[in-house]
Design a protein around this ligand. Structure first.
Ligand SMILES: Cc1cc2nc3c(=O)[nH]c(=O)nc-3n(C[C@H](O)[C@H](O)[C@H](O)COP(=O)(O)O)c2cc1C
Length: 182
């Protein structure tokens, strides 16, 4: 029985994306009791338009976020900012509030990535998400830390382990809190 659900949102839509390599590594590393899914609708979400109606793809995203006990965001930086696809997905959750009090882990895996990482921490604060200190990781020079489609750098492997442990801990805690309130 899978006790804990983690949903990963990846900010790169590239087929051979380093961020997907990182997320695949985490999915393999996740213990048996964790249902680790990668959201696959990022590239097909309509652009946020602040309308009253909810497109089906947006409802699907919101349902998946609600069902998850923890969210893991893994993203590059584009032009010193947050990739548009990821920002668009997050904007769709502002009024529906799926990320309010939700445990979120943030991994920015990029060439540099400092600015997108900092911007995302502000965005997650705006969304009232819970981002534990040990669930934040900036991996700069990401491409040098991969080999043959796998994470190969020792320090990066250790840091990823720490983030995964942190988000599972936070997700478990939040799930226990929710069940004690009902
Ligand atoms: C349009 C574009 C803009 C980029 N701008 C930045 C940037 O501002 N900062 C940075 O750290 N990397 C930047 N990069 C490099 C990405 O970090 C690098 O391509 C990374 O591998 C992308 O993640 P992915 O492998 O998961 O697709 C940029 C890449 C592209 C394609």
């Amino acid at each position: 029985m899978k006790e804990i659900k983690i949903l990963a949102l990846v900010g790169s839509l590239r087929a051979t994306s380093s961020n997907h390599v990182v997320v695949k590594h985490l999915a393999r590393l996740a213990p048996d009791e964790v249902d680790f899914q990668v959201y696959d609708g990022m590239g097909k979400l309509p652009l946020f338009d602040d309308s009253e109606t909810t497109p089906p793809a947006v409802q699907d995203l919101r349902d998946k976020l609600s069902a998850a006990d923890g969210i893991l965001i893994c993203t590059p930086e584009y032009a010193f900012g947050v990739p548009g696809a990821l920002k668009n997905a997050l904007d769709w959750t502002v009024s529906s509030a799926e990320l309010v009090n939700k445990p979120v882990a943030l991994i920015t895996a990029s060439t540099g990535g400092e600015k997108a990482h900092a911007a995302l921490l502000y965005i997650l604060e705006a969304l009232s998400a819970r981002v534990a200190d040990d669930a934040r990781l900036l991996i700069s020079f990401i491409r040098a830390k991969l080999k043959n489609g796998e994470v190969s750098d020792g320090d990066t492997l250790r840091a990823l382990n720490t983030v995964l442990t942190a988000i599972i801990r936070e997700a478990r805690l939040s799930k226990a809190e929710a069940s004690s309130h009902h």
